[in-house]
Design a protein around this ligand. Structure first.
Ligand SMILES: [Zn+2]
Length: 443
């Protein structure tokens, strides 16, 4: 493939997206829509790739790498910025490899995490932002923070974002589109949308988020709200009912009714308790809803430092049902382990005995007396087998031999299992023939 580098390569304009740059370039070169696609990406239909491009090899060659390498473009100029921090280690490596080798990659389908309804390819813009561009004699640009999942609000102007769905064959700019009517939202809904959009924007440039910490902090918060208790397993319906009543849910219903079907499913339960990855938008919505009433700054900081959001309760309640193979709550585990009995663990945790039993099974930890019982059984088995092997080895063994040679085992059995010891000893003669003169001496 031979690609001729462009004569003119304008720098990125502010926080514009890759598509925005291409749309600007389209106006500079004055080509047809298809020819611009061929020129920049090596494909006439490149204008359809609103979210990102699959053709970075061509783009890199055409721009002579003046605009950065593929990974930096993906993470600074496309919506992938919001997906990358959520990727698992292997996915991240795969992502880096694809970017490094410039393989033709369907980035959004491959790293956007299924739920296609959430990976929308609409483009969003703010009327005031566009007016600013025009006032600065600049071409209106598509801003990256407005394109991210959950960014339905212009944080700068406190305004809802207009949307444009791809359709016409053109390199469109926000100027070509008509604004939508303003949704009616109360202040709480506005704050929820502002938090969500700010959170989405805060992902740009982040390498990763601490999902385990986020999960723990959300569960702890839900526990504080009384939605998750240690008495019962987490109820999906309770969580759904809670979410519907949040300001965020109300706001989302108005600004993005198309995802209603997704959030009517048991998504909170799945996000918190299933092992499979959830969409970044779901994580963000859950976080914003859970920390409703917090300042935007706290919501954002908490998401990136979730452990700081965690306030441990002394009794460690609510963490019992996190997930099947949890090792999550050391405090609960310590309480169970250090209790004398299951009952006293249950009392301390304010849960039922059955709950503690189930916890013990799942966490594979038990109160002291349970471990004590296990230890005792082991000691008993060892004592019995020591005595049995002595009897097997020597058929003329006497009680005295057992007392002398298995001293420890005998004294342990005498203390803990005296009846068992007596029944074993009863089967062994006091003296053997060779010693039968002894009673005579005494006699
Ligand atoms: Zn704006």
């Amino acid at each position: 493939m031979h690609v001729r580098p462009l004569q003119l390569i304008p720098q990125w304009c502010g926080d514009e997206t890759l598509y925005s740059w291409a749309a600007r370039m389209h106006r500079i070169v004055g080509f047809s829509v298809k020819d611009t696609g061929r020129l920049l990406f090596g494909a006439s239909h490149a204008y359809k790739e609103w979210a990102t491009s699959t053709r970075f090899a061509h783009f890199g060659a055409a721009t002579n790498k003046h605009l950065g390498n593929t990974k930096s473009i993906l993470l600074q100029r496309t919506v992938l910025a919001a997906y990358y921090p959520f990727l698992r280690h292997e996915q991240r490596e795969e992502f880096d490899r694809c970017a490094q080798t410039n393989l033709r990659t369907p980035w959004l389908t491959r790293f956007g995490m299924r739920a296609s309804t959430l990976d929308k390819v609409e483009m969003r813009w703010c009327q005031c932002c566009i007016q600013n561009d025009l006032a600065n004699d600049a071409m209106p640009r598509w801003r990256l923070p407005h394109q991210l999942p959950g960014a339905w609000w212009c944080v700068e102007h406190d305004l809802h974002l207009n949307k444009l769905n791809p359709g016409k064959a053109e390199w469109v700019t926000p100027l070509n589109t008509t604004p939508t009517s303003r949704p009616l939202l109360n202040n709480e809904c506005i704050l929820a949308l502002r938090n969500l959009s700010t959170l989405a924007g805060s992902l740009v440039g982040k390498e990763r988020v601490n999902l385990v910490g986020i999960k723990r902090a959300v569960l702890s918060r839900l526990r504080d709200m009384g939605l998750v208790t240690s008495i019962k397993p987490v109820s999906s319906e309770t969580l759904q009912k809670w979410f519907v009543l949040t300001h965020l849910a109300e706001a989302v219903k108005q600004v993005e009714p198309s995802i209603q079907s997704v959030i009517e499913r048991p998504w909170i339960y799945e996000t918190l308790l299933k092992r499979r990855a959830s969409h970044p938008l779901l994580w963000m919505m859950l976080w914003v809803a859970a920390f409703e009433g917090f300042s935007t700054q706290d919501v954002i900081r908490g998401f990136h430092e979730p452990d700081a959001m965690l306030i441990w309760q002394d009794d460690g309640q609510g963490q019992l049902w996190i997930e099947k193979d949890f090792q999550a709550d050391e405090k609960v585990q310590a309480i169970v382990k250090n209790s004398k009995t299951i009952k006293s663990a249950a009392l301390q945790l304010k849960v039922s005995v059955a709950t503690v039993r189930r916890y013990m099974k799942e966490a594979q930890c038990s109160p002291e007396h349970v471990r004590e019982t296990n230890r005792r059984q082991n000691r008993k088995d060892a004592a019995l087998s020591e005595i049995a092997s002595l009897i097997n080895e020597r058929h003329d063994v006497t009680k005295t031999d057992v007392h002398l040679q298995c001293k420890g085992s005998v004294s342990w059995l005498k203390r803990w299992e005296p009846e068992l010891l007596a029944s074993i000893m009863a089967k062994i003669p006091e003296f053997r023939d060779r010693q039968c003169e002894l009673p005579l001496i005494y006699a």
